[in-house]
Write a protein of this length. Sequence first.
Length: 113
Amino acid sequence: MTIFGKIIRGEIPCSKVYEDDLVLAFDDISPGAPCHVLIIPKQEGIQNLNDVNASHAALLGHMLVTARRVAELKGVAAGGYRTVLNTGNDAGQSVYYIHMHVLGGRDLAWPPG
Ligand code: AMP
């Protein structure tokens, strides 16, 4: 069980930004920008993009729609923001429960480190 699995099950708290039937969005505990929100599916068992297939297309699309909503809720939509899914060791993934980062509120360097 990952830490995000425990958050989804309500076993540990989070700072909730948005929730619906499919996803939960909450503030990153160690923010890398003024807006740093994580969006996770309520469906458990997807570690990262390497686990997804066509059956997950609607869910992944919903995560992107949620990113836009989160950006608006956090006031960064107009200024711009970045969505990131880290997949695997080389990308620095630390929690193996698929999640989308929404980062904004400052200039973001490109390419990332
Ligand atoms: P990644 O490196 O892409 O796997 O991102 C995992 C993210 O989860 C990191 O940015 C962490 O700061 C964040 N994180 C870890 N534990 C928690 C937690 N309990 N609540 C909120 N964010 C967390």
